[in-house]
Design a protein around this ligand. Structure first.
Ligand code: FES
Length: 138
């Protein structure tokens, strides 16, 4: 069994109004700002597999660019255009995400990962890689 830690995945200043795609443990995630902080969910719409990171953020939810389904920070579908009544059983996998030390951190399990540690030299190397990645990609 592997240990669970918080992992920095993006400079916080790079997460603005638009959702951002990142890779974490081999999975494609979309990061976005909710009304309560940052969230990380799978970057794949359960409807027709569009990339949610190409959508937009509306009222703390990420909207799929293809047909407009919206998902909250827990990956729950909260809106389907033209659908009436509550939305059921439309989930996207979610991860725990937090902003700290100028970075966005992600983990599989916030409770097991504990507190986000203050930056160390190990983090500095990872921060440097994130900085290079987010400043050389579009
Ligand atoms: S593919 Fe996302 S709403 Fe249809």
């Amino acid at each position: 069994m592997t240990e669970t830690h918080w992992h920095p995945v993006l400079r916080a200043s790079k997460l603005k109004k638009k959702p951002r795609a990142v890779t974490f443990e081999g999975e494609k995630l979309v990061l976005f700002r909710t009304l309560n902080g940052v969230s990380a969910i799978a970057d794949r719409c359960p409807h027709r597999s569009a990339s949610l990171s190409k959508g937009r953020v509306i009222d703390g939810t990420v909207e799929c660019p293809y047909h407009g389904w919206r998902f909250n920070g827990k990956g729950v579908c909260t809106h389907i255009p033209l659908a009436e009544g509550p939305v059921k059983n439309r989930l996207v996998r979610s991860w725990d995400a937090r902003e700290a030390h100028g970075l966005v951190f992600v983990t599989r399990d916030a409770k097991a990962a504990g507190e986000i540690p203050a930056p160390t030299w190990d983090h500095q190397a990872q921060v440097s890689r994130i900085w290079k990645a987010t400043h050389t990609r579009r």
